[in-house]
Design a protein around this ligand. Sequence first.
Ligand code: IPE
Ligand code: IPE
Ligand code: MG
Length: 248
Amino acid sequence: MSLLKQIDTARLPSHIAIIMDGNGRWARQRGMDRIFGHQQGVKALREIIEASAELKIKFLTVYAFSTENWGRPDEEVSALMGIMVQSLNKETDTLIKNNIRLTAIGDTERLASDVKERLLETINVTSDATGLNLVVAMSYSSRWEITEAAKRIGAEISRGSVDPGSVNEFNFEKYLTTHGVPAPELMIRTSGEMRISNFLLWQLAYTELYFTEILWPDFGKVELYKAIIEFQKRERRFGKTSEQLLDK
Ligand code: IPE
Ligand code: IPE
Ligand code: MG
């Protein structure tokens, strides 16, 4: 049976988050520059966006550039920014055609004005789309996001518009950049690294984690199907017992 047919379409994750890792190693293995790996990584992303849209996944969040990635060599940072602008130039029409809505999370204020403007333009022109929600984490880190949320709550408390006693995990969530987006049910990280690297720390509290040795440029539809099939074998207990889940 094909892998696609093994997927139970009634139990698909509504939100998949991906740490797209391993571009540099992929290129190095071929004696190429790391930048070439990032260019190939865009092709993998294109395929995964297409597969997610075909499966009717509602949300796909991809980690494209972390706060810590600003510390990479200048040439690599500017190449990554260039790839971002080029990809948006090239793919915006395809996003519109396929009813895909783009949003971004992260400290976009740190982006150079041309990158920021290009990103905001695509966000604007896709804002009415009702199909896949593609969330790009750009200049993002979770500690930054949670700290920003704490600052905003603090400011509201000092203005007197929020009572500190009323802050709880449900209304705290409203201050996160992912407000309105359900927590991911499945988080995939490629390249064999078994860490979260400052990605969605709050949102991943009960997410099923899937790690694969495949380097991001080699991650295609079949790899996505494998991850979903593995996800569907997991029992998500949320702190309860298996028996309690059966009783429902
Ligand atoms: C992921 O690939 C892309 C970004 C972090 C921007 P890497 O560039 O981290 O590739 P490796 O991990 O060095 O192989
Ligand atoms: C995480 O990958 C960030 C992105 C994929 C954008 P990194 O390659 O930067 O993470 P570390 O350094 O291996 O933890
Ligand atoms: Mg990496």
